[in-house]
Design a protein. Structure first.
Length: 276
């Protein structure tokens, strides 16, 4: 017996919806290809454009690839590497459509992760102002470490929200089931910290690209959820093919937002002479 393959747009779409979906997909692809091609330079240069939109990029608070600054500061590098590593872990554990938040004990630990990230961030921020009291001298190792913890926490919350919005029948799985799974992620984070501080260019180059893509990934997931809600397409997907258009819109919106923020920041930097 032949099993019918899922089609795109979803089979319950009306003809006008189908035409609208193809039009939106076409426009999204034009934006994605256009912005990607118009962004000058190679892969690291394009990654710099992402970093310029979401990160302060202060040189002394960043790791270097040789003499070149990484696309994101140490803290943001950790955040987005953590998000990518966390998502890969969820996928490897079969949580592809997990739609439930972690249990209370796990949420408490995730809240602790976020608290450590915020605490170290505030302490580090205070050192920007000469003479401002702070509890300890900040360090890039602390920045990337607390950033990784924040990335693990954010993806553990964003992924089930995305699935709960996207799928007609999301799986009643928790993104993270037990605190011991967080211990695994912390172990992965420790390896990433060692990799980032290794100063080996062959290691830092892919990590730089992955961290920038992690920022784009999180922004795309959030904006895809918004697109699904605005278009009233929430809880309709039964196959990944049904999410091609919403994900394309999310990615196109993310790239457009990044381009706008980059342009605004560059204009303000020229006008006000900002140091970064």
């Amino acid at each position: 017996m032949t099993v019918p393959h899922p089609s795109w747009p979803p089979p319950d779409s009306s003809a006008p919806d189908s035409r609208r979906d193809w039009l939106l997909l076409s426009l999204a692809l034009i934006v994605i290809i256009g912005i990607t091609l118009l962004a000058p330079g190679g892969l690291l240069d394009k990654a710099d454009k992402i970093g310029y939109a979401v990160c302060h990029r202060i040189v002394v608070r960043s790791f270097l690839i040789g003499e070149r600054q990484m696309p994101l500061c140490a803290r943001c590098t950790g955040q987005y590497l953590g998000a990518v590593a966390g998502l890969l872990y969820l996928l490897m554990r079969g949580r592809v459509r997990a739609s439930e938040l972690p249990p209370a004990p796990v949420l408490a630990v995730l809240a602790l992760f976020l608290g450590l990230w915020a605490f170290d961030g505030v302490n580090s921020y205070l050192t920007l102002f000469p003479g401002m009291p702070h509890l300890y001298e900040p360090h890039n190792i602390l920045r990337v470490s607390t950033g990784l913890l924040q990335g693990f926490a954010v993806i553990s919350l964003v992924w089930p929200v995305f699935n709960l919005t996207a799928w007609a029948q999301p799986n009643a799985q928790r993104a993270i089931d037990h605190v011991r799974e967080l211990a695994v992620l912390v172990g992965v984070g420790a390896l990433l910290v060692l990799a980032v501080q290794s100063e080996v260019e062959a290691i830092l180059f892919p990590l730089a690209l992955i961290s920038a893509l992690g920022a784009l990934l999180l922004l795309t997931l959030v904006l895809t959820v918004m697109a699904l809600l605005i278009l009233r397409r929430a809880n309709r997907a039964t196959h990944w093919r049904h999410l091609i258009m919403p994900l394309a819109l999310g990615l196109a919106s993310s790239l457009t937002l990044i381009a706008l923020i980059d342009s605004a920041r560059a204009a303000l930097t020229r006008a006000w002479g900002l140091p970064f």
